[in-house]
Design a protein around this ligand. Structure first.
Ligand code: C2O
Ligand code: CU
Ligand code: CU
Length: 521
């Protein structure tokens, strides 16, 4: 902690001297647009304070990314009307993208491209955060396969607050393999960003009131989709491609359709899966994406179907999983007691038009390149990461975040394949509480494959509630690790050396320091 403070102070002094000089040149010192990089798409994203009309009465003050195209097709940027969410960026694999990030917030910020495989300097590590009034230039080639990625701020200790205030957007990649499938596109390809928020009586966002919320993660009692409350999706009687992102700070969703129609999953974090996966419920942890094929063709005009979030035991001490109603009382968690037993409405799909259009989901969506355990340099001894709590702080292997620190066991070799194991172990937490909670673990810089899960914990009712909704297939960058659960994954460190993050995507946990660097060299 101390050396982080000293470091940032030193950096601050350096930066202010340098930025004074550079301000005269009218450009930012943080990263320069390089003349040799010729972008196919060039955008400007400004983070700014504004207000949006979400409810009748007072407008809601938010932070918002405002996008503008500088170069490239208009289709590369779709603004979501009346929403605090940032624009949807749409690009193709192989395209070169330059993005000018301008920080007009009253605090430092930086953008992270969640799920993208890009160089260290483009990844939005908190050490590149820029001060109010400054900017940062990103230049990268899109190497990811088609999929639903996203972007959000990543300044140290402020990520949760800034995402909550409205800073997030989708980054959708398409490629020729995907296009050849002719999946529903245009107005039949619908991104749905799910977030929970809490508002006060004058329609203003409320965030983090107390220590408990910081420990457990913040939950709101209002569900917003694409930045709108009470979201209704008008649909025609035909198949749709729905891209779901859990953009919430800490809320995990156990999704189900109101009429129990099973889900047809076609994609996960890093794009299409090999073939349709059927699920009765879906577990969607913070930052995870899921793509669905949803066919409304058998429904009548006027019919409604609701995507619900079912109640479940999330295993955290306060939810009754391990301790029942604890001494803190329900009120301190910020969630109403009633919420435990009631489903939440995520959104409603309403059939507004009967059309004749039948189409079935392709039986084969893609061929995945599977990483092999035998190729792992540590096949027999997985690199272990225990999700822990110490001194009232969540951590990984008992450590918390330090801006530039990397320990020996956090260094990997370029081009190596490795097996990593995350274990959500019970450790003594605060006031005698067992320190186990669900942790959605995210790794920067790459997509990985999940090869195994087990849970030997005695009391694993929370896991029982959620495991049937896991979709571990395909390429992933975020995965849920429930109390008692051990998850193994394969990763390959390709193309880029440098320092990347891995962390809990419960943003309150992340801001508390449940985040570390790993170094590829
Ligand atoms: Cu989506 Cu490090 O974050
Ligand atoms: Cu990320
Ligand atoms: Cu966590």
């Amino acid at each position: 902690m101390t050396d982080f403070k000293q470091l940032s102070r030193r950096q601050f002094l350096q930066y202010s001297a340098a930025s004074a000089a550079i301000a005269m040149a009218g450009t930012s010192m943080w990263a320069f647009a390089s003349p040799s990089f010729v972008p196919d798409v060039e955008l400007k994203l400004t983070a700014t304070q504004t207000s949006v009309a979400l409810f009748s009465g007072k407008k809601t003050k938010v932070f918002s990314y405002q996008g503008k195209i500088i170069k490239g097709p208009q289709s590369a940027l779709q603004n979501i009307p009346d929403s605090y969410l940032g624009p949807v960026i749409r690009v193709r694999t192989g395209q070169k993208v330059r993005i000018h990030f301008v920080n007009q917030l009253p605090q430092e910020s930086i953008i992270h491209w969640h799920g993208l495989h890009i160089p260290e300097k483009m990844d939005g590590h908190p050490r590149y955060a820029v001060a109010p009034g400054k900017s940062y230039v990103y230049e990268f080639e899109v190497k990811n396969r088609a999929g639903t990625y996203w972007f959000h701020p990543h300044p140290h200790e402020k990520t949760g607050k800034q995402v909550y205030a409205g800073l997030a957007g989708l980054f959708i990649v398409s490629d020729s393999e995907e296009q050849a499938l002719h999946l529903p596109s245009g107005k039949y390809d619908i991104p749905l960003v799910i977030q929970d928020r809490r508002f006060d009586r004058s329609n203003q966002l409320v965030y983090l009131n107390n220590m408990m919320e910081r420990m457990m993660g913040f939950k709101g009692d209002n569900i917003l989709v694409n930045g709108r409350p009470d979201f209704t999706l008008p649909v025609e009687t035909r198949p749709y491609r729905l891209r779901l992102l859990n953009g919430s700070n800490s809320r995990i969703y156990k999704l189900a359709w109101s009429d129990n129609t099973p889900f047809s999953v076609i994609g996960t974090d890093g794009g299409l899966v090999e073939q349709v996966i059927k699920r009765q419920t879906l577990t969607l942890a913070p930052a995870e994406r899921i793509e669905l094929w949803v066919d409304f063709s058998n429904r009548k005009k006027g019919a409604e179907v609701v995507l619900k979030a079912l109640p479940f035991n999330d295993g955290s001490p306060m939810s009754g999983g391990m301790m029942g109603r604890g001494m803190m009382g329900q009120g301190m968690m910020g969630s109403k007691p009633s919420e435990k037993n009631h489903a939440l409405t995520i959104f409603k799909a309403r059939v507004v038009k009967k059309i004749k259009h039948s189409e079935t989901v392709p039986s084969k969506l893609t061929k995945l390149h599977k990483l092999q355990l035998a190729d792992a340099s540590n096949a027999k001894s997985p690199r272990r990461f225990d999700l822990t709590m110490r001194n009232m702080k969540w951590g990984i292997n008992q450590r918390t975040f330090s801006m530039n620190k990397v320990e020996k066991d956090e260094i990997v070799k370029l081009n190596d394949t490795e097996v990593w194991e995350f274990r959500n172990v019970e450790s003594m937490g605060m006031m005698g509480m067992r320190g186990a909670m669900p942790h959605p673990i995210h790794i920067h810089g790459l997509q990985f494959q999940i090869i195994g899960r087990e849970n030997k914990a005695k009391n694993n009712t929370a896991w029982q509630d959620l495991k049937s909704g896991y979709v571990d297939q395909g390429w992933k960058d975020t995965m849920l690790v429930m109390p008692g659960e051990h998850v193994k994954l394969l990763l390959k460190f390709e193309d880029y050396k440098g320092q990347f993050l891995y962390h809990c995507h419960n943003l309150e946990h992340e801001d508390m320091g449940m985040m570390r660097n790993y170094l590829v060299r």
